[in-house]
Design a protein around this ligand. Sequence first.
Ligand SMILES: *Cc1c(COP(=O)(O)O)cnc(C)c1O
Length: 437
Amino acid sequence: MTHNSELAKSARLFTRAQACIPGGVNSPVRAFRGVGGNPVFFASGDGAWITDVDGNRYIDYVGAWGPLILGHSHPRVKAALHSQLDLGTAFGAPTELEVLLAERICQLMPAIESVRLVNSGTEATMSAIRLARGFTGREKIVKFEGCYHGHVDSLLVKAGSGALTMGTPDSSGIPAETARQTFVLPYNDADALEKLFSESGNDIAAVIIEPVAGNMNCVPPLPGYLQLVREITEKYGALLIFDEVMTGFRVALGGAQQLFNIKPDLTTLGKVIGGGLPVGAFGGRKAIMDMLSPVGPVYQAGTLSGNPLAVTAGMVVLDEISKPGFFESLTRTATTLLQGLQSLADNSGIEFTTTQVGGMFGCYFSKFKNISTFEQVMQSNVSLFKPYFHSMLAEGIYLAPSAFEAGFVSSAHGSKEIDLTLSAAEKSFAVLKKNHQ
Ligand SMILES: *Cc1c(COP(=O)(O)O)cnc(C)c1O
């Protein structure tokens, strides 16, 4: 590995960035605050590898926080983008490409009968919530502690991801009146869900849930839990919104709804469907989607929505991941990695647990063998995660800089990358053992 651990250019860029960008970053999770050290500034990516501005190479397990399921600079994505570039980058008018992508999404996720494209996951969840309120004529929303649905006012209540990492799960700047419209429940807690619905079920417009929680590390749903959420929302006439911005086209070709065999009323998408370009989408039952402007009274719009470049990248990605065996292979890669890490940790006598759903995974320095609640996640040993993160970084392994984020493998991660990662982890665990236990 050509790794020199020098981050001089990144450090200089970060100083300049802090002078003109709040915190030096355009999204808080990039800042490494609370972990120590500088964020790494990247210059290029190729397959499973990324290269920083100082010339260090890393194996990437962040994948731009989920989108890069084919790895960086995939040849087919690049070629399609080059061709589209010659034809134009935006028209603010309908294109054939949008129809192709919408048809493909509806085909891969049968619960989606009609879909609208937007530019980010946040836009998708924000619009889905408005639509659910417009459709039901109700105002209350239910979300789960530690789940993140983008930086939508009503959803930044006990939120995960960067909001959790930075210690601001309840953002300031949100009117108390707005926050009061959101009920927050513990994830995977059937009793709490039943109790809330028995008290307030008829006021609830929608339940929004990450079917696999991926913004408080990676917490799979307990058996039967999503079925219960489906049954209870149906019983009370509330809509069920699966936020599949992370899990869609990531945990299985048809997303978590295929994996767990649940039909949500609405689904939000993002990340993978943009192939690394800004795309989001929300869709579901036609009767609900037809409430949207221009057919219905719920307004929603976007200058660059359905952008030709972004849609082109998305189409290629959906094509590639639809090939037979894609998800079996992706899942195998993640399993090999996690089994390797587990046995290294066991050999070092370090308390360590992993979770996995398809190509998405979680690693915890934790005494719990099965992680299913927010509380268990919070009890994991963050003081071991921090030195682990930095030690892995120095070994050329780029992990998410937070103990509360899921990790991702791409189809470009092969046995060479897994082997290199495991030898880096062996060294890192040894250092942890020596210095911290
Ligand atoms: C990333 C994410 C979002 C927000 O998407 P952005 O594109 O960052 O706005 C929403 N929901 C979930 C589950 C996510 O993981």
